[in-house]
Design a protein around this ligand. Structure first.
Ligand SMILES: N[C@@H](CCC(=O)N[C@@H](CS)C(=O)NCC(=O)O)C(=O)O
Length: 215
């Protein structure tokens, strides 16, 4: 049995965040798929979400907990700032990405495209039109929070966990029309994305296309 196991699907943005942290630290691990919502899944994650994580006797869920553990338990480059104030800014970014960002960008917008792909139907045009203003406002807020010209969200030269929470979401937003054109108008976020997406960890964790309709 592998020493480090990440449970989840490679197309999930949160799973990719955990994979990015593991890749940046150079940790060998196995990515084990879960049957979403199954009893076996419930045994791994009490809320039946992904990812879940195991390292020997350590069992974890919640991506921030998993990635902090990966950073602190393994050798390799630090993924959290040394200074308390910078670490707080990193945590602030992660909170904003997982709360306001995930809601406006993923749940209320990207999922409209994802579920249509999974059903093999056209996305709901009126629902997309209703979600676009919040998606645009959220990305504009992220653009304004990014320190000017910075290659990282916190402002240093090297990425922190915060960068690995936002990258997987922007990866998908660059593939849907309204968000792609809005991102093209945001120079800071666009340059930030290009820098982080060029890292080896990002190339090694590129997600497969979302699953299509069954049967
Ligand atoms: N707060 C959780 C969120 C995890 C989450 O929402 N994962 C999504 C995939 S990106 C999921 O499991 N979705 C499946 C479902 O809701 O059934 C974390 O930080 O890990």
């Amino acid at each position: 049995m592998a020493d480090v196991v990440l449970y989840g699907m490679a197309f999930s943005s949160y799973v990719r965040t955990a994979r990015l942290a593991l890749a940046e630290k150079g940790v060998d691990y196995v990515l084990e798929p879960v049957e979403l919502g199954s009893e076996a899944h419930g045994a791994l994650h009490p809320f039946r979400k992904m990812p879940a994580f195991r390292h020997g006797p350590v069992h974890l869920f919640e991506t921030f907990a998993i990635t902090r553990y990966v950073d602190e338990a393994f050798a390799g480059p630090p993924l959290q700032p040394a200074e308390a104030a910078d670490r707080a800014v990193m945590t602030q970014w992660i909170g904003a990405i997982c709360d306001y960002g995930y809601t406006a960008l993923v749940r209320d917008y990207l999922f409209l495209y994802l579920f249509a792909t999974m059903r093999g139907t056209e996305p709901d045009r009126s629902a997309i039109d209703a979600a676009v203003p919040k998606m645009q406002a959220t990305l504009l807020t992220f653009e304004r929070l990014l320190p000017p010209g910075s290659p990282t969200l916190v402002g240093g030269d090297t990425p922190t966990l915060a960068d690995f929470f936002l990258l997987p979401i922007l990866h998908y937003l660059r593939r849907t029309p309204e968000s792609a054109s809005h991102l093209a108008s945001l120079p800071g976020l666009s340059a930030w994305f290009d820098g982080i997406a060029a890292r080896q960890s990002a190339i090694d964790t590129l997600p497969p296309p979302p699953p299509g309709p069954k049967g």
